[in-house]
Design a protein around this ligand. Sequence first.
Ligand code: HEC
Ligand code: HEC
Ligand code: HEC
Ligand code: HEC
Length: 812
Amino acid sequence: MRRQSQHVTPATERLALRVFLALAATGLWACGPADEPNATDHGPIAEGVMAKMGDPIPTASAEQLATFARGLKVAKHRFTRAEGLGPAFNITFCAGCHEKPAIGGSAGLYRNFFLAAKRLPDGAYLPATSAGKSGGVIRMYDYAPGRPSRPEVDPAINIVAQRNAIPFFGVGLLAALSNDEILERADPEDRDGDGISGRANWDRGFVGRFGRKAQTVSIEGFIRGPLFNHLGITTTPLTDELRAKLPVDSSGGGKTSADAGIDADPLRRAATIRAALADLRANAQAAAPDEPNSDDDGVPDPEMSIQDLFDLVSYAMLLAAPQIEPETEQSARGRKIFDQIGCDGCHTPRLKGPRGLLPVYSDLLLHDMGPDLADGLEQGLAKGNEFRTQPLWGIAAVGPYLHDGRAGTLREAILAHGGEGQRARDKAAALDDAAYADLEDFLLSLGGRDQASPGLIPPETPIGAVGSAGGPVRELDAQEQSAFLAGREEFDRERSYGVGAGSPRMNGDSCRACHFEPAIGGSGPRGVNVMRHGLLGTDGGFVVPAIGTILHKSTRLRGSTNSPQKETAIFEHRQTPHLFGLGLIDAIAAETIAAGADPEDADGDGIRGRVSWVDGGRVGRFGWKAQVPSIVEFVRDGIAMELGMTLPFVPGLTFGLLQDDDGVADPELETVVADRIAFYLQELAPPPRTSTDPTAEAAGEKVFTEIGCAGCHTPSLPSARGPVGLYSDLLLHTILPEGSVGIEEASAGMRDFRTAPLWGLGHSQPYWHTGEADTIEQAIELHDGEAMKSRESYTALSDDKRQQLLAFLRSL
Ligand code: HEC
Ligand code: HEC
Ligand code: HEC
Ligand code: HEC
């Protein structure tokens, strides 16, 4: 529907109307004046609202810009366990899900999360409670001792959906829209007979506008929610005083003149009043957004200061709307097609805010999108098959598309429209190639085309300096430079379901998804840990679960939470290590590694060191358990186990997946793609050393040797490419306390791990194979088994010596 002009008031709605008037009188429910002419065409856009994605609105004051900068810092901050991360969590920083093409944007499939609910036999609907009272977010990680590392999911859950992040560029402008501006287009009964209805969702008496189901009106709510649900970071609501200082009134409805009085023609809203009442009832059951939240991780609540929360909310509100491109002949043709085939029936080109017309390309209303897109989740008034029309501003740079990211391309997104969108979809499907190209060009002109990338960074981003983090290990000639860039692009590239990501299970949609700190190719924070799991046999031995030892984080199977089998007794986090300098490790001769082994402890120093024999006689060197012999094979393994994609058979290489079960023809990638990635990794420079206090660092290096750290963390090994300063013997040591259970892999037993290389330690937190240690000190204290003597010497160090040791380790 476009605009509602006829308003009928059935007698049955009179009672509701009285309630409405009472509500309005309390001020709880502010409403605007009657119909004003509304631009549904592509009319002139308000001045000063658009900018490059990620930038603040051009009209922001100096003070607002300072708040914006502080808020951006909070959005990027990686929360540690000491700061209150968890106990259960999905991610360690806010911007991780909103990173593309700039902070505030969207994210690849790898950041999808699960939302779950229950439908009881009597038909009652209950949101899942796994994340506590605020709703059905399933959390994927937990470090709390005595609890499973992958929190248990209520077995009664029978509705599961995924959510892909929504970019929030311009949300401050949407927050300022009056309720009326949205309600005006609602046509719940499809009175105009165009096959498109459109209903408002309600949040505490205001028209909801944020979220996939328009379930929320408050930006503050949409920030406190994820902080608690995904990071386990607790907050208290902003005070009235602080709220008054926000750039936009986020309490609901927006600060528009329209909100001042009661509608002269309130009857026309009667149809929505029942809805609002039901919503108020529903909200009474859920936690009020104005309640402080709390958790049991031992860190005092609230874990985020109210000032940080204020800065974060202000930052989100100040983000500009994406810059729409000037019209060209082609995009003008595409615009006409967009209107002709009825896309504008829901993707309303302009909404009118206090600053003027905004190019939102959404009515912010709910539409039935048909059984295929339906996810069964109910939020507020939104039913299982209803979604908010997704705004199209900035569309070029924010894929994948749709609520669960299932569409890798615009065409896939359009073709997935069903229900009320079926008619427009069929017309789009019937367009000839030229007309479709025009339509797509128009969509791309709605912003972000100049910032779009197949991954996180534009492929042409210059190569870093030789020896820098993410740069090459040596001067590359022109041909090698383009090979390095091609490899980096493949490493960074996000893969969609359409090209075969997910086997059907997966951990990430790109290599960069996990390896990105402090630069592409680096390590990963806890939110991308790989989860391993296992069963215990009756004799206490290790038993591989039916799906293998990787307990994937994500799946393309709809309705699945990817839960472990019930008998799972062992969980093991694997933190993502950095890949800097790996080509040098690859160049160390197998004999060199084997020469350091002392399996029987012949020298009697308490330190044995065993070669990780894999694959019938080859020396393993990569991975926390040295379970993989070469870079080429780890690349194949990563493509198979992390991305869930298949490769052709290559004689002599056992790793990788030749076939999977996701409906996409195998092989899903050509060998040349794996080769490009392998070349890139071969040439990545080792982590640069940073020195801040050379005297202390030199003294610390001596301590390191004196207390026996170097007994395993061999400072340097010779290689075909020169000495490699990795601080590891690449051997397996029993390092966990007696009685610990873990994954058995290749020749490594439950308690055995490869000596972790220490180069890059200053920039690769968190630490330990589990990532459980916030600090280097904590990692040292976790050493047990063969390292017991060395750890005790460390504990006995004077404060001075300990500081010197840490200064040395941080400089690596
Ligand atoms: C785990 C991933 C994840 C994290 C972390 C996350 N978000 Fe989101 N965000 C989403 C998803 C998914 C949606 C859509 C959710 C829905 O409707 O169910 C969303 C929606 C939003 C919206 C509403 C946008 C709109 O137009 O409707 C805002 C604003 C927002 N997020 C801000 C933030 C801020 C600020 C943080 C950090 C405190 C944050 N998010 C953390 C995934 C995330
Ligand atoms: C009946 C209302 C309706 C009509 C008509 C409609 N859409 Fe949509 N559109 C939606 C809704 C609702 C969504 C969000 C669906 C979801 O999240 O799964 C959406 C999503 C999209 C997306 C994905 C956006 C994103 O960022 O995920 C694109 C692209 C899109 N529509 C384009 C079009 C085009 C082009 C047309 C005309 C052929 C069209 N739509 C017609 C309601 C509609
Ligand atoms: C879901 C996160 C994730 C994704 C996606 C991912 N990795 Fe990893 N990567 C890890 C983890 C965790 C480890 C440590 C694995 C282990 O030993 O159990 C690792 C280890 C490695 C290693 C060995 C590093 C060393 O020091 O021994 C290489 C090489 C590697 N990954 C390459 C890749 C490539 C190439 C891709 C893309 C095809 C990729 N990774 C995708 C998380 C990831
Ligand atoms: C017996 C061999 C051995 C000795 C001795 C030893 N380490 Fe380790 N170290 C390891 C192993 C094995 C790991 C990987 C353990 C894991 O993550 O499960 C490791 C991990 C580490 C880590 C964490 C690295 C990361 O990226 O997470 C640090 C830091 C570290 N060691 C420092 C030291 C220091 C300092 C000493 C001397 C006090 C020392 N180690 C003594 C074997 C040893």
